[in-house]
Design a protein. Sequence first.
Length: 213
Amino acid sequence: MTLDDTAPTRREQIIQGAYDTLRKNGLPHLSYDSIAAETGLTRQLIRYHFSSHEDLMLEVCDLVAAVYREALISTAGQLKGPARVDAFLDFYFDLLDAKRKPRDDQVYDAMLSLATKSRPIRENLANQYRLVGQVLSHEFSVQFPDLTAQAAEELSFLFVSLMYGHWKMVASLGFSEDHRHITRQAIDRLIRSYCDMPPEPGTKRVLWAQKGL
């Protein structure tokens, strides 16, 4: 068997190893040597498959997205009606007993740090968050038919902002995860407020637009 035949398996091992290293130790300790120690592969083999550090981090971004996608398909994706939206929101705030949110805050911290200097990583992460917003905007529109399209889109943006901000407070600043109950309840209050008082007719805000891309 040639090296090319085993490349997909080796690449997957390396990507998972980089993810695990980031999750355990954060960005300051990420290196080819630390990934080698995590995977049991040689530094030379890792560099053979990923001579570019940026390319490896982009693959880690895709792995993170795949983990969330599979988790949501197995939870909210199996439900209908109000339970579907609730499961979606509860999952992201780690309130589902049956399916825990991945403990990947160190990984996202690292990705956001790298995104400040890497346009491809910034675009990758932005697209991930935008996709979550688009999916949730649709779910809001289905679950709350009185919401305007603008209201559903604004709510989805607010949810992603609150969800991201909450976990950065936990991961980066060490606040208690118990604050997730407060933020999750705030989402419910926001939904009720938008149902009771939708955006004024004719008000159109462009959401998910990015500067400098």
